[in-house]
Design a protein around this ligand. Structure first.
Ligand SMILES: NC(=O)c1ccc[n+]([C@@H]2O[C@H](COP(=O)([O-])OP(=O)(O)OC[C@H]3O[C@@H](n4cnc5c(N)ncnc54)[C@H](O)[C@@H]3O)[C@@H](O)[C@H]2O)c1
Length: 327
């Protein structure tokens, strides 16, 4: 019998890839989509008609307890991705992060208990580790709130941990390191680099020295599914990481080589995070996950090629306004 799964943040970057994968794997998918005035279903609109027909769309707001509970009707499995994710915007609007990321997760946890959900994945982020005390970063690394975004994700993780310990909830905290690929917002580093180079041959960027561990979105989606059906990791946290890191400067050179362009880099001060907020090196350890799950990982070069191909399609690129710097 097919599994009934609810995905929050389903219309976002990672969510839309997970929805497509689960449809392929014959899950019955309910997609929680952020209610808005425009009937906009985000990246789900780029799915084909046959895929869309199979999805049950539930409009709502993760901050609204009653609405979230209604979305859980006849659901066995839940993947919770809905969140505000931009770090710069979290400096300006921290309360909205508390409401969406903390209260939103509380609503998901409560609904999971009330509706006796069989298995829940709560999405964390490598940003919760802050600047590395030791490399590679494993799940025992200290958690540090270096931005309001990271702080709200730590709170959501700890709340989830407490529901597992206190109420025996079958949840896992899934902690992806930087994820990239088609459909990502150009607030994120790889789309920013690709779209600026494709449009202008020059590049305005923040800090060049931080290092990040990049993971291709389709591999991340596959890993989520494997964790969802695993009987292990109950009440635990687990990294999704490549185990490698690259500096932003080297990443720019790698992308410009793939695009065969010589580019000028201009440092844009407005994009530089406050000194103590910047996280210098996020390089994860995937040992824990690798012991439990065999997950496919394509190389950064391979993933960048796929991402560049997607952005080279004019229909896709048109959605990205590279002249504006958006938080
Ligand atoms: N992209 C990455 O590199 C990365 C890395 C680690 C963790 N994550 C986590 O993965 C998850 C998905 O991130 P993403 O990169 O796909 O970002 P995204 O911004 O594309 O997706 C976030 C989703 O949350 C939804 N959302 C926001 N506020 C909501 C509300 N009030 N009610 C209902 N829905 C709401 C948005 O509509 C969107 O669909 C997030 O929890 C994020 O913290 C992302």
């Amino acid at each position: 019998m097919s599994k009934n799964v609810l995905i929050t943040g389903s219309e976002g970057f990672i969510g839309s890839h997970i929805v497509q994968l689960l449809l392929k794997k014959k899950y019955k998918v309910r997609a929680f989509v952020y209610y808005n005035s425009f009937n906009n279903i985000g990246w789900l609109s780029s799915l084909d008609k046959d895929e869309l027909k199979k999805i049950n769309i539930h409009f709502g707001d993760i901050r609204d307890e009653k609405n979230v509970l209604a979305a859980f009707k006849n659901i066995d499995y839940v993947i919770h991705l809905a969140a505000l994710i931009g770090i710069p915007y979290s400096y300006n609007s921290p309360k909205s992060y508390i409401e969406t990321n903390v209260l939103g997760t509380y609503n998901v946890l409560e609904a999971s208990l009330k509706k006796k959900i069989k298995r829940l994945l709560v999405t964390s982020t490598s940003e919760v580790y802050g600047s590395a005390k030791k490399i590679p970063i494993d799940e025992n690394h200290v958690l540090q709130g270096q931005s309001p975004y990271a702080a709200t994700k730590i709170a959501a993780d700890k709340l989830t941990e407490s529901y597992c310990k206190s109420f025996d909830l079958n949840a896992t905290i899934v902690r992806p390191f930087n994820t990239y690929g088609p459909r990502q917002s150009n607030r994120a580093i790889i789309p920013t680099i690709i779209t600026q180079i494709l449009n202008k041959n020059s590049l305005k960027i923040g800090s060049l020295t931080p290092k990040r561990d990049f993971n291709y979105v389709e591999n991340v989606a596959e890993t989520f599914e494997k964790i969802l059906v695993s009987s292990k990791l109950k009440g635990e946290e687990v990294n999704i990481s490549s185990g490698k890191s690259i500096s932003i400067r080297d990443l720019i050179y790698q992308i410009s080589r793939l695009l065969k362009k010589n580019i000028k880099i201009k440092v844009d001060k407005s994009r530089i995070r406050p000194k103590n907020s910047e996280v210098n090196n996020l390089q994860g350890s995937s040992k824990k996950l690798d012991r439990i799950i065999k997950a496919k990982k394509i190389s950064l070069n391979e993933g960048l090629k796929k991402t560049i191909d997607w952005f080279k399609n004019k229909e896709n690129l048109i959605k990205y306004d590279t002249d504006k710097y958006i938080l």
